[in-house]
Design a protein around this ligand. Structure first.
Ligand SMILES: *Cc1c(COP(=O)(O)O)cnc(C)c1O
Length: 381
């Protein structure tokens, strides 16, 4: 089955008791058993829920995997992956991963004895030099936030496989419409479903997909033991959201591409970061590894002042100022004061985050309106 058909049909079938075409919201905590242990496959809703099951099947299909597991948030999905490991096990991750992932690794799992090696993203290409006999997992995220750097998933997973090291890819920025890490050799793919998969800024959720039966059963055990499950209402909203994932992503990519080209030609705009631009260092790799360049565009103003960036963002009207990305509506964020505000300025500059860097999540509105909004916000002084 091709992508659009899967997005609409995978995992869902008419409700067996009524024929309802949409999967019902099974708002229940438990299931009545005929006699002890004799039930219809559902015992207690932490372990499983039919609305969640439908969504998990759909997500597994979209990522070309055999098992999908949904979580209460993206970070609780990551938390489950990290719980696969024991004190002394080593995990390698690039230092510019999503801030919340870094915080979870550094502040929760490092004190419990897991050893983390955070490496410069440029070094990840030489992964064989970084692996030790204790390395158990390489964590990847591509494209990265907010500079949209691209990592070669296939090259890294090939080396990790030879050395018996697991790989997990945070695929949030690309969505399964643009990139399928399992097809490129990854063992686990992780999503913040909150973003493009949900797509409507109305749900917080996470997911893992794998084709490894053993890993899936360990992860399901961890989920049932730890309890980080999403509610059925949220599963319903995401089931509804992914039915339009392919169309939304097409428009996100089209709009972001046009916005990036317009920004790059603007006299007051400095560097523009978008993998679809031919001068982006990851352009060729993104062209091979992804089926489009995504909806996130970052740019700097030539006038490199913090205040100038803040004023520009305050003037934006259609681009709403707010954390997150991947919804139908356009958003803008200021990494220096928002997502990376806790990082000392020198550290921030070292990883390339200037004071005037603005990150756009380009929505699916009419692109002329989006460009007009940027024009009035950037152009006035
Ligand atoms: C938002 C995000 C997360 C965390 O997901 P939550 O759903 O907010 O817990 C992880 N990775 C990336 C790339 C994200 O954008």
């Amino acid at each position: 089955m091709k992508f659009a058909t899967k997005a609409i049909h995978a995992g869902v079938e008419p409700d067996p008791s009524t024929g309802a075409i949409m999967t019902p919201i099974y708002q229940t905590s438990t299931y009545v058993q005929e006699s002890p242990g004799k039930h219809k496959g559902y015992e207690y809703a932490r372990s499983s829920n039919p609305t969640r099951t439908a969504l998990q099947k759909a997500l597994a299909a979209l990522e070309n995997g055999s098992h999908g597991i949904c979580y209460a948030s993206g970070l609780s999905a990551t938390d489950a992956v990290l719980k696969l490991f024991k004190p002394g096990d080593e995990i390698i991750a690039p230092s510019d991963i999503y801030g919340g992932t870094y915080r979870l690794m550094k502040r929760i799992f490092e004190p419990l004895g897991i050893v983390f090696k955070f490496v410069d993203i440029e070094e990840v290409g030489q992964i064989d030099r970084l692996l030790s006999k204790n390395t158990k997992l390489v964590w990847l995220e591509t494209p990265t936030n907010p500079l949209l750097k691209i990592i070669d998933i296939e090259q890294i997973t090939r080396i990790c496989k030879e050395r018996n090291v697991l790989t997990c890819v945070d695929n949030t920025f690309a969505s399964p419409y643009l990139q399928n890490p399992l097809d490129l050799g990854a063992d686990i793919v992780m999503h913040s479903v909150t973003k493009y998969l949900g797509g409507h800024s109305d749900t917080v959720m996470g997911a893992l997909v794998t084709s490894n039966d053993e890993l899936a059963s360990q992860l399901k055990f961890i989920q049932n033991a730890s309890g980080a499950v999403p509610g059925p209402q949220d599963c319903f909203l995401v089931l509804r959201g992914i039915k339009t994932l392919h169309i939304r992503m097409q428009r996100h990519c089209e709009n972001a591409g046009q916005v990036a080209v317009w920004l790059a030609a603007h006299p007051k705009v400095g560097k523009v970061y978008y993998p679809g631009l031919p001068d982006h260092p990851g352009h060729a790799l993104a062209g091979r590894q992804m089926r489009g360049f995504g909806g996130v565009v970052s740019f700097e103003l030539k006038d490199d002042s913090y205040e100038k960036a803040v004023r520009t963002m305050e003037r934006m009207e259609i681009f709403a100022l707010g954390e997150s990305l991947g919804g139908v509506e356009s958003l803008c964020t200021h990494p220096a004061s928002m997502s990376h505000g806790g990082m000392p300025r020198e550290e921030r500059l070292k990883i390339g985050l200037k004071d005037t860097l603005i990150r756009l999540s380009v929505g699916i509105e009419d692109v002329e309106d989006l460009i007009a909004d940027l024009d009035q916000a950037i152009g006035t002084d």
